[in-house]
Design a binder for this molecule. Structure first.
Ligand code: KIV
Ligand code: ZN
Length: 391
């Protein structure tokens, strides 16, 4: 297979993720998460929205001063005051500081929210980028609600901001409305119709309102996007953003079919997910892909037997690859003898065939009455059924 294209991972847990209801973090909490993101080796950390509050300004500044490897981005609307404030916080990161400025380009946003005609939006976008250019060459411009923007106008804005100096152009699916083949066509349209598109990196920023944020991001890579914006545990506005762990592990697991790589150290994924849940108090649903409690758990007897023989029968990636020690065989009413015997051995019981049979019958009866059988239940079964009888 030809050489793989390296994809820039832009983490916005501390900005869009923080916009998740109940997820706001204080400065120390943001800094802890930023250190973890540095370990994870993301390329860009969007640390906040400096004009939004003094606290957020201080958090972005502190992160810009402290974090040494990733680039640090700060969000600002397309006006001089926002941009000046953002740079005041970001300048501490030097060349790694990235100004991320945006304005909405869809008809509904321009008419109903901004109350600006398209020509004015275009001019505002260009002036914002030109202003940011006084501070840095590292400028990202986002067309908010790009997916619902008329394509010729989207192309016009993208071309103009690249001419003005934007080095990354971000195409957000702000309301999570796109479906994968449509999003692919949007990115392809830009590649085919924007004269100077090769002078900038195309970024994508997908929300998850239809549960398609990861699929849309992967479709965009195929059309030529070079940066994915995402968050840990997929937190973010409403249904959240593209989940970092899902998109990165999809790229790693299906490298056979997708010619892209990232520099993320995936072995830090699980710890990152746990840290964020602890800091925000927002827990992860058990069946969440990659980091949910059940993501590497097997309950059905047939599955348990399979993974005891060869993990790859039912695991497409290893728990170790995300930093978990091992998979989990959950003992319940669907479990079979193989998993039960394996757990007895793990607990140190060396029983003969008859004892195992008696214990297994007791286990099945208990499993019908209880959702999950814990190690203590097995201890009790062995103590009651085997040891007591043998005495
Ligand atoms: O969803 C969105 O459009 C955004 C932009 C500000 C990048 O978060
Ligand atoms: Zn967003």
């Amino acid at each position: 297979m030809s050489e793989k294209r390296r994809i820039i991972i832009f983490d916005t847990t501390l900005r869009d993720g923080e916009q998740s209801p109940g997820a706001s973090m204080n400065i120390d909490e943001k800094l802890r998460v930023a250190h973890q993101l540095e370990k994870l080796n993301v390329d860009v950390i969007e640390a906040g929205f400096p004009i939004a509050s003094d606290g957020d300004f201080e958090a972005v500044k502190k992160i810009a001063q402290t974090i040494k490897k990733p680039q640090i981005a700060g969000l600002c609307r397309a006006n001089f005051k926002d941009i000046d404030r953002a740079w005041e916080a970001l300048e501490h990161a030097g060349e790694r500081g990235r100004i991320h400025t945006f304005i909405a380009t869809s008809d509904i946003h321009m008419e109903r929210k901004l109350q600006m005609p398209p020509e004015k939006v275009l001019e505002t976008a260009v002036r914002a980028v030109e202003h940011a250019k006084k501070y840095t060459d590292n400028i990202e411009f986002s067309c908010e609600d790009a997916v619902r923007t008329r394509l010729p106008f989207l192309a016009q804005v993208v071309e103009a901001v690249i001419d003005a100096g934007a080095t990354t152009v971000n195409i957000p699916d702000t309301v999570g409305y796109a479906i994968p083949h449509e999003f692919y066509e949007i990115i392809k349209y830009l590649r085919d119709n924007v004269r100077n598109i090769d002078r900038a990196i195309i970024s994508v920023h997908c929300h998850n309102d239809l549960g398609l944020a990861v699929a849309n991001s992967l479709a965009a890579l195929r059309a030529g996007a070079g940066q994915i914006e995402c968050t840990i545990n997929g937190i973010g506005e409403r249904a959240g953003n593209c989940s970092l762990e899902e998109v990165v592990m999809a790229l790693r697991t299906r490298h056979d079919i997708m010619p892209y790589t990232t520099d993320v150290v995936t072995e830090h994924i699980y710890a990152s997910s746990r840290l964020l849940s602890t800091v925000t108090g927002i827990s992860v649903q058990p069946n969440k892909a990659i980091v949910g409690a059940n993501a590497f758990a097997h309950e059905a007897g047939i599955h348990q037997h399979g993974v005891l023989m060869d993990k790859e029968t039912y695991e497409i990636m290893t728990p170790e690859s995300i930093g978990l020690n091992k998979n989990k065989l959950v003992l319940g009413k669907h479990s079979g003898r193989h998993a039960f015997v394996a757990r007895l051995k793990e607990l140190g019981y060396d029983l003969d065939k008859d004892d195992i049979e008696r214990a297994f019958v007791r286990f099945k009866t208990l499993a019908d009455a209880k959702k999950e059988i814990f190690d203590e239940d097995i201890d009790a079964i062995v103590a009651d059924e085997i040891i007591r009888i043998d005495e």
